[in-house]
Ligand binder design. Structure first.
Ligand code: ATP
Ligand code: MG
Length: 139
């Protein structure tokens, strides 16, 4: 493994708009190693589990509905200080407030359809990586 890991999802609107390739290119250019990758559709149960920490937030049901509305791309990314480095690359949660040139600025539609997910801690990165990928799917 190279440094630490983070887990990203390219969200349904971004996949639908054909941004998966350009987003993965930005990830490569920023020096992350992609050590696992898949295109899939989350079930309602899977999306509810993934976002369980947000279950009391007002946007939870909408978010689950959105994340199950189409295909997503999930990936494990490795780099020194991966969680923080990736959150810098993607920018603020709301694309309107995301720094120029960040993934959410370039490819986000709105605060919900904000192009990508990124883990918020090393501990959650491990949990989220295990959620999506078996040992056989990691390189
Ligand atoms: P992510 O966890 O997807 O990387 P984040 O850590 O920047 O995003 P969180 O606070 O964890 O933001 O929110 C998780 C996701 O919930 C956001 O990425 C966004 O899709 C959605 N979300 C957050 N806040 C709102 C909101 N006020 N209205 C609608 N959706 C929201
Ligand atoms: Mg988050």
């Amino acid at each position: 493994m190279i440094g630490n890991k983070t887990l990203t999802m390219i969200k349904p609107t971004a996949v639908e708009k054909g941004f998966a390739g350009p987003i993965l290119a930005k990830i490569n250019e920023a020096g992350f190693k992609i050590s696992a990758l898949k295109l899939m559709k989350l079930s309602k149960e899977q999306a509810e589990k993934f976002y369980e920490v947000h279950k009391d937030r007002p946007f939870y049901n909408d978010l689950v509905g959105f994340m199950t509305s189409g295909a997503i791309v999930a990936a494990i990314l490795e780099k020194e200080n991966a969680v923080e480095a990736y959150r810098q690359l993607i920018g603020a949660t709301n694309p309107d407030q995301a720094e120029k040139g960040t993934v959410r600025d370039l490819f986000g539609t709105n605060i919900q359809a904000n192009a990508v997910h990124g883990s918020d801690s090393n501990e959650n990165a491990e949990i989220e990586a295990d959620f999506f990928f078996s040992k056989l799917e990691r390189f």
